[in-house]
Ligand binder design. Structure first.
Ligand code: ZN
Length: 341
């Protein structure tokens, strides 16, 4: 396949679902940002429904969930909530849904533990490390301070997380109405992102691990700024070539699509092009702030800039780890990058 195909011409209306396959329903919840919406899925077992991702913890999503409960579950209860990863649009209502239905939460260990850390109040050490991270990127003290406040204030709309969860690991399977859904784990966008693959139905619930129209954010996060998420992201994408190309992908944003291999290949190429552009820009030494416009041509709002700094850092760390760039630091702690000869 050399392009993407979208078999569903319609999108679900608020509070309604569209049937994707026997026992698989697609719904959307609003996101108050440029992403606009998140796709969620309902999987029907003999005795109830699995909810796959939850929407942000807002009154708008709660109201829509009540509409779904009233009209879309065919009289069956919810039996469990599965969350692909810790980002607020995916996990935001998990605590409320689990409490409302008195059901367990399924997540990977990494995602659950990171969510607990990420949505807890930031420690003084973390605030200090965050400031250093932004300084190392090339921001001045005032700008680094503003970004640090933005990152550490923890203003995400998240319902309190359940105190316990059931761990899902790579290779685990969940039997839902006789169909086996195998767990794949991706890294790079988040530390232990769950995808669910069902061979008998030919479906992959991909979360943010592969999206049809946008590339997921791959970021270095303050506090863990030496890591190499882009390496893990590229490795994770490669596992999709092991699945049949005729798989229908159910992503977290935009519409279900065919063209898994083509899309994975396109994303791999996109990151290689970004890396090549950074190398070209680093014929003379630059710090991160001077390189943002190499990767992002359009104007960015404040939130997008925070993501862009993380993404630019991820590409720079990757290139340094691959010895394609050399990094040196000045006495202020700012990192400078130059192409290695
Ligand atoms: Zn995400």
């Amino acid at each position: 396949m050399t392009k993407l195909e979208y078999p569903h011409s319609k999108i679900p209306m608020p509070g309604k679902t569209i049937q994707i396959a026997t026992g698989v329903k697609w719904l959307r919840m609003p996101i108050p940002a440029s992403l606009d919406h998140i796709n969620l899925y309902l999987l029907e077992d003999n005795d109830g429904w699995f909810i796959l991702d939850t929407g942000m913890g807002t009154s708008a999503t709660k109201a829509q969930w009540h509409q779904i409960f009233a009209k879309e579950l065919g009289g069956k209860p919810v039996k469990a909530v599965i969350v692909t990863h810790m980002h607020p649009d995916h996990i935001g209502q998990a605590g409320w849904l689990c409490e409302y239905w008195k059901v367990p939460l399924y997540m990977s260990q990494c995602e659950y533990e990171c969510a607990k850390l990420a949505y807890a109040p930031a420690s003084d050490t973390h605030i200090e490390e965050t400031h250093l991270f932004y300084r190392s990127f090339g921001l001045n003290d005032v700008e680094a301070g503003k970004r640090t406040d933005q990152w550490t204030q923890r203003l995400w709309p998240i319902a309190a997380l359940p105190e316990s969860y059931i761990e899902l690991k790579a290779g685990d399977s969940i039997n839902i109405a006789g169909d086996q859904w195998r767990i794949l784990i991706g890294r790079g966008h988040s530390p232990g992102h769950l995808c669910l693959y069902c061979e008998s139905l030919g479906l992959l619930i991909s979360g943010d691990q592969i999206l049809p129209e946008i590339t997921s954010n791959v970021s270095v996060y303050p506090g863990v700024f030496e890591q190499d998420p882009l390496h893990h992201w590229l490795e994770s994408l490669r596992q999709f070539f092991e699945l049949p190309d005729k798989t229908l992908v159910l992503p977290a944003h935009n519409q279900p699509f065919f063209g898994l291999h083509y899309r994975a290949e396109s994303i791999l190429n996109h990151h290689e092009e970004a890396c090549a552009a950074l190398e070209e820009a680093c014929v003379s030494e630059k710090h991160g702030q001077q390189l943002l416009s190499v990767l992002f041509k359009r104007p960015l709002n404040s939130f997008e800039t925070a993501l862009a700094i993380g993404e630019c850092s991820a590409h720079l760390n990757y290139l340094v780890n691959k010895q394609r760039l050399i990094r040196q630091s000045d006495e202020e702690g700012t990192h400078f990058y130059q192409v290695s000869n």
